[in-house]
Design a protein around this ligand. Structure first.
Ligand SMILES: [Mn+2]
Length: 242
């Protein structure tokens, strides 16, 4: 039997909601695989999130479209887009179930925001409008390039994983974590103060990590981003053998 921990990852769903296609996204699969995990994609069936987690030892929440504001008790911002209600419902349910099981989870971009929302934190639906930043975080022209710096809290789990308190990151988002959920802390910030990392890495919480950037697109040229996947897969391995 394989010693490699199986990592369940969420799928992108086609913008055309009628076709119901789940989309596999190569860079995440490769990053998990190279870190020693075996990635499988979890179908978006909200009522079967427990069954999905029975198959895996870690949960990876990938990037994607915006989160519907009904999940934070608000109405959708005019600039919010690419909604996928079923994906929201599945991912919020599977995050809460993984939390209940103390299963390691790692959220990237939308996934990072969604972990925070699922556990009761806040969301900027549009950074420029709601946080007031003039900084351009939506750099879809350079998805694979570092475009801004991030300051990492020296006493954070993120700093210990990456081995540094200053990282360069890509940035393809216009939404962001507002206040962290009660059990999470902010671990990293962009120069304009936007939160770029959240975590809970205590004995009690297990391993919950979120980053606003896309490390899976930087691992080739910036090895410090590879360590995020390595530590996540290691945590999943420890969960599997608990
Ligand atoms: Mn950013």
């Amino acid at each position: 039997m394989s010693k490699q921990p199986v990592i369940g990852m969420t799928a992108l769903r086609s913008p055309d909601l009628e076709s119901f296609h789940h989309i596999l996204t190569g860079p995440y699969l490769r990053a998990i695989s190279e870190a020693g995990g075996y990635p499988i994609v979890l179908p978006a069936i909200p009522e079967k999130c427990g069954q999905a987690l029975d198959l895996v030892s870690g949960l990876l929440l990938i990037g994607g479209g915006d989160i519907e504001a009904r999940h934070i008790g608000k109405t959708n911002h005019p600039r919010a887009k690419f909604f996928n209600p079923l994906r929201d419902d599945f991912e919020l349910a599977v995050i809460r179930e993984a939390r209940r099981r103390r299963m390691p989870m790692f959220g990237i971009c939308r996934g990072h925001q969604l972990i925070n929302v699922a556990l009761g934190g806040g969301l900027y639906q549009d950074i420029a409008d709601e946080q007031g930043s003039k900084f351009e975080h939506y750099r879809e022209d350079l998805p694979n390039e570092p475009v801004h710096s991030v300051a990492v809290a020296p006493d954070s789990c993120l700093a210990s994983i990456m081995g540094t308190t200053q990282v360069s990151v890509n940035s393809v988002h216009h939404q962001a974590v507002k206040e962290p959920a009660p059990e999470l802390r902010a671990s990293a910030w962009a120069p304009d103060g936007v939160i770029e990392g959240i975590e809970a890495c205590t004995q009690e919480a297990g391993f919950i990590l979120g980053v606003q950037w896309h490390p899976e697109r930087l691992v080739e040229k910036m090895p410090e981003h590879r360590t995020l996947f390595q530590r996540f897969v290691n945590a999943a391995g420890a969960y599997k053998n608990r």
